[in-house]
Design a protein around this ligand. Sequence first.
Ligand code: TYM
Length: 334
Amino acid sequence: MADDKKIIFSGMQPSGLITLGNYLGALNNWTKLQDDYNCLYCIVDMHAITVRQDPAKLRKQSRDLLIQYIACGLDPEKNIIYYQSHVPQHAELGWILNCYTYMGELNRMTQFKEKSSKHADNINAGLFTYPTLMAADILLYQTDLVPVGEDQRQHLELTRDIAGRFNTIYGDTFKIPEGYIGKVGARIMALQEPTKKMSKSDENKNNTIALMDEPAVIMNKIKRAVTDSDNQVRFSEEKPGISNLLNIYCASTGYTLAEAEKEFENVGYGAFKTAVGEAVVANLEPVQAKVRELEKNKDYIDTIIKVNAEKAGRLADRTLRKVHKKIGFSARIK
Ligand code: TYM
């Protein structure tokens, strides 16, 4: 990795089929940043087990996600793309940071509240300390910038607080990371219930567009998306369905909201939805073709998995050694 570039870290859970929300909120921005930063993009399988996963499915979804990262345009030679569980330093720093994070802070996390009401039969300690493992992911690499969707803002704030607290006690140890949250696309909503976010774990598949959905399925889901009866394509809090589709359109095409509103000024919802569907398909079709091609190349993918985990491990060790020393762990005898 070039020493003069700033560092980016981000990740996704392999907990289901990734959605248009993940793509527009995160992945699409990641590919834009890869030339200007040293980037690590992780498949956070350890986070995924905070809710029950079927083992065979988790293994497949992790590999699918890695392939999808590459198919979306992340170059595995330039970026470190790897599985979190292959770099045990994440778990080690996660434990240490647990000892510098307060119960009250974790209790305030919205994602914890949401997930524990959704999985009331399995409110495990991992779900509670999820944000400290996320802080470890980020702080291990002295990360400057974390490109995420809006829903991760609170976790990022906590990461900054933990890093600041540690630095105050022990002196400069961790870089304090900044978030990078896009202007459009940072919060894509469910198509049938546009007041809640699009989520890969949603059971209603008409709410989500998966990265690998066939073009006809995408068009159909967008045509059936909930709108309103006022028949004007404009962005407004009172029009969550149309605003969501506008957001999807802008994030897919690069147009601003003002430009899109102008384009659809006298256009009916039917034609507007067709345009949104076509913009999404135009983005996802080449990605899908690339996924199919990469899936055939087992050895190439295996090599990426191996080599990148080693690279990440070497970088992680640097920070971890520093942390051990600061907190008073004895050096290993060689
Ligand atoms: P995850 O797997 O839920 O989501 C991955 C990324 O997609 C973004 N995202 C969305 N953006 C816009 N609209 C949506 N509807 C939408 N849904 C999801 C998320 O904000 C995220 O950027 N905790 C993280 C994974 C993680 C991580 C990290 C991220 C673990 N360690 C360190 C950054 C840095 C998560 O659950 O993402």
